[in-house]
Design a protein around this ligand. Structure first.
Ligand code: ADP
Ligand code: MG
Length: 244
């Protein structure tokens, strides 16, 4: 579904160029749940943002569903609709109700008639246990509720893959579980997922593959049992000794 070839990304800063991604190769198949872990600043968010071209790669190729998407002639908006993204800080529109947040994109892009979009929104809200919040504003919701709405909003576009960037990192501890539960259900339904997280329990339980990113490179990747019980790279061993 997604192929990444020799992906590099540099940022220009006042101190000169910094290379944040240093030649990443990945092949993510339909139905896989890839969990990306690694120290802060190692390039995890940049990697995720390159996958849907929120960041333009400096070098390399990104292929999605059989087409290279980082070329000038590619209509990225068309592909991006098939890639749902959920951020650490929810990014809901504060002046719109939950229902409006969910229906805005499908209706504006004319993918759905307003009535159909609303029916779908209600169905999705029910699925995450928030059917009674359709007319609430984001400001009236808890962090966990906001994040479940953000997931629903992404799902309303009927994506083929969901990208999550530390979706529970901004939440109070008691709200982490309800968001992970929604993600687990999504995984069980067969959604292709790429998840950056510090929740090692989730990685163990849900991942088909775990990637360890350090200093802009993927230093190790394995099935979770292998990854957590028999890490090979010294930097991964060190990382796990701090987070487990
Ligand atoms: P992670 O998500 O693993 O914490 P990031 O991908 O956010 O890491 O960042 C990796 C590195 O790239 C950091 O050193 C960060 O400061 C730098 N970086 C990220 N975005 C930018 C940007 N827009 N301009 C300059 N540097 C950036
Ligand atoms: Mg990050």
């Amino acid at each position: 579904m997604i192929t990444v070839k020799n992906l590099s990304k540099s940022f220009h800063t006042l101190d000169g160029d910094i290379e944040v991604l240093k030649g990443i190769n990945q092949e993510i198949e339909k139905g896989e749940k890839v969990v990306v872990v690694g120290p802060s600043g190692s390039g995890k968010s940049t990697f995720l943002r390159c996958l849907n071209l929120l960041e333009q790669p400096t070098k390399g190729e990104i292929w999605f569903e059989g087409q290279q998407i980082n070329t000038p002639k590619c209509d990225i908006d068309r592909h991006r609709r098939k890639m749902g993204m959920v951020f650490q800080h929810f990014n809901l529109f504060p002046h719109l109700t939950v229902r409006q947040n969910i229906t805005l994109a499908p209706v504006t892009l004319k993918l759905k008639a307003p009535k159909d979009a609303e029916t779908q929104a209600e169905r999705l809200l029910e699925r995450v246990g928030l059917a009674d919040k359709a007319d609430a504003y984001p400001g009236q919701l808890s962090g966990g509720q906001k994040q479940r709405i953000a997931i629903v909003r992404a799902l309303a576009m009927e994506p083929d893959v969901m990208l999550f960037d530390e979706p529970t990192s901004a939440l109070d501890p008691e709200m982490v579980g309800e968001v992970l539960q929604v993600m687990k259900e999504l995984a069980d339904e067969g959604m292709t997922m790429v998840v950056v997280t510090h929740e090692m329990g989730f990685a163990r339980e849900v991942a088909t593959r775990v990637l360890f990113m350090s200093d802009g490179q993927i230093l190790e990747e394995a099935r979770p049992d292998e990854f957590f019980t028999r890490p090979k790279n010294p930097r991964l061993k060190d990382f796990l000794s701090k987070v487990l």
